[in-house]
Design a protein around this ligand. Structure first.
Ligand SMILES: NC(=O)c1ccc[n+]([C@@H]2O[C@H](COP(=O)([O-])OP(=O)(O)OC[C@H]3O[C@@H](n4cnc5c(N)ncnc54)[C@H](O)[C@@H]3O)[C@@H](O)[C@H]2O)c1
Ligand SMILES: O=P(O)(O)OC[C@@H](O)[C@@H](O)[C@H](O)[C@H](O)CO
Length: 382
C-alpha cells in the first residue's frame, strides 16, 4: 500500500483527510500528541466516520496507525522518509512546531538517496498554508538540503471544506461529519503528479478557490459565531434562529460576493448566490451541533491581516465597496471571551492594559488610519 503521514488526528484529520487517503489506497500514519487517540489508533487500526444526515451513513477507515510526535519523534522522521504523501490539519499556529520534524524527515530521504517526489500539503484554513509551512521547514535546512527540496519536495497549497464539530463520543476515534466535503489542491505546485487523489479537485490556481472558501464558509461561520456569542447563544444553529445573526450573515455574504466578483473573472453571481445559500443550509444542519466556542476559537488568529475579516475589509476598501457588516463583526471579536481559549484571554488582557489603537494595529496588522479609526469607533460603540 502507498503510505501517508498525516499530522493532526483531530476532527478534520480523521473526519475528512483520513477518509480520502484511505479511499485512495493509502495506509495512514496519524501524528498527534493526543495519547488517547494515538493509542486507540494503534490498538484498533481502524475507525468509523458518520455522515450527519437523515439516514446516517457509516464509513469505515482502516489501515491506520498513530505516532506520538512528542514521545517518538524518530518514528515520525522514519515515516516521512518512507511516505508517498504528507498532509497536515493541525491548526495554522501549530505548523511552526512540526516544521523541524518535517525537515528531518526530508533530510532522511536525502541521506537515503530517495529520488521519489513527495508533496507536503497543509490542509488548514489559511491562505498559502503549505507555502507558509515551507518557510518554517526551510529554516531547519542547509543550502544543500534546500536544493534537494527544490527538486523533489512540493508544498502545494490546499483548501479543505467540511464542517466537523467537536466530538463527544465514548469512542475517541468515532467522528460525525457533515455530508458535504471539498478538498482543492494547487496542481501547479505539485511535485508528485502521479498521485492524483480521487475525491480531490486539482486547480491550476488555488487563490480564487481558497478565497471563495475562506471568505464564504469561514467568514460566514465566524460572523454567526461572534454575533451569536454577543447575543448570548451557545451553538451555531441556535444563533442562526436569531434574525440579527441571520441578517449579519446574509449581509456579510453579499459583501463577500461583491469582493469575489470584483476581484476574479472566474465567478458568476448567480452561482455565488447559490453557493452562499447552500452554506447557510450547512450551518443549520439539524443532525450536527456545532459549538460557538469551536468556530470562534483563536480570535487573535481570526483578526489576522490575511484572515477572514481583515483581508476582505482591506480589499473591499481598496475597491470603494462596502465592508460595513465585516467591520461590525470584526469589532465584536474584540468583545469575545472564553476562559478556556488562550488567545481570547490574551486579547482581553491586552485590551485591559494597553491602548485600544495599539491593540487593533498589532493584532490586525492594519496601519491605515481610516480603517483603524473605524474599527476603534465600532468597538467603542458596543
Ligand atoms: N473542523 C473543521 O470543520 C475543519 C474544516 C476545515 C479545515 N479545518 C482546519 O483543520 C485544522 C485542524 O482543525 P480541527 O478542527 O481538526 O482541530 P482539532 O483540534 O480537532 O485537531 C487538531 C489536532 O492537532 C493535534 N495537535 C495539536 N498540537 C499538536 C502538536 N504540537 N503536535 C501534534 N499534534 C498536535 C491535536 O491534539 C488535535 O488532535 C485547522 O487548521 C482548521 O482550521 C477544520
Ligand atoms: O477552523 P477555524 O478555527 O479556522 O474555523 C472554524 C470553522 O469555521 C471551521 O473549522 C469550519 O468548520 C470549516 O472550515 C468548514 O470547512
Amino acid at each position: 500500500m502507498k503510505k501517508a503521514v498525516h499530522f493532526g488526528a483531530g476532527n478534520i484529520g480523521r473526519g475528512f483527510i483520513g477518509e480520502i487517503l484511505h479511499k485512495n489506497g493509502f495506509e495512514v500514519a496519524f501524528v498527534d500528541v493526543n495519547e488517547t487517540i494515538i493509542d486507540a489508533l494503534n490498538a484498533r487500526g481502524s475507525y468509523e466516520i458518520e455522515l450527519a444526515e437523515d439516514a446516517a451513513t457509516h464509513i469505515p477507515v482502516d489501515h491506520v496507525s498513530g505516532i506520538n510526535n512528542a514521545k517518538n519523534p524518530d518514528a515520525v522522521i522514519d515515516a516521512i522518509k518512507n511516505a508517498d504523501i504528507v498532509t497536515t490539519a493541525i491548526g495554522p499556529n501549530i505548523l511552526p512546531f512540526i516544521a523541524e520534524l518535517i525537515a528531518k524527515g526530508i533530510q532522511a530521504r536525502k541521506t537515503a538517496d530517495k529520488l521519489d517526489a513527495l508533496d507536503v500539503i497543509a490542509c488548514e484554513n489559511m491562505i498559502g498554508g503549505s507555502e507558509f509551512l515551507k518557510t518554517k521547514v526551510d529554516a531547519y535546512l542547509t543550502a544543500e538540503d534546500a536544493a534537494y527540496v527544490d527538486s523533489y519536495i512540493g508544498f502545494p497549497n490546499a483548501a479543505v471544506d467540511r464542517i466537523v464539530p467537536g466530538q463527544t463520543h465514548e469512542d475517541p476515534l468515532f467522528v460525525v461529519v457533515e455530508p458535504f466535503s471539498e478538498w482543492v489542491i494547487d496542481e501547479s505546485q505539485l511535485r508528485n503528479k502521479a498521485i492524483h487523489l480521487d475525491g480531490v479537485h486539482y486547480a491550476t490556481d488555488l487563490e480564487p478557490f481558497i478565497e471563495r472558501k475562506l471568505f464564504s464558509v469561514n467568514t460566514g461561520h465566524a460572523t454567526v459565531a461572534y454575533n451569536g456569542f454577543y447575543y448570548g447563544f451557545k451553538t451555531i444553529d441556535t444563533a442562526l434562529q436569531d434574525e440579527r445573526v441571520m441578517t449579519a450573515l446574509v449581509n456579510t455574504q453579499k459583501e463577500t460576493r461583491d469582493l469575489l466578483l470584483a476581484k476574479w473573472d472566474l465567478f458568476d453571481e448567480a452561482e455565488l448566490v447559490a453557493y452562499h445559500e447552500k452554506i447557510r443550509g450547512r450551518f443549520v444542519n439539524p443532525h450536527l451541533s456545532d459549538e460557538i466556542t469551536r468556530v470562534a476559537r483563536t480570535p487573535i488568529r481570526k483578526l489576522g491581516y490575511d484572515e477572514r475579516f481583515i483581508r476582505p475589509i482591506r480589499e473591499l476598501n481598496d475597491r470603494n465597496l462596502s465592508y460595513a457588516t465585516h467591520l461590525a463583526t470584526a469589532a465584536k471579536i474584540f468583545k469575545y471571551t472564553d476562559a478556556s481559549d488562550e488567545q481570547a484571554v490574551d486579547l482581553q488582557n491586552r485590551l485591559a492594559t494597553e491602548d485600544l489603537t495599539q491593540v487593533i494595529e498589532s493584532v490586525t496588522g492594519v496601519k491605515e488610519p481610516k480603517l483603524v479609526q473605524e474599527l476603534k469607533t465600532a468597538i467603542e460603540a458596543l
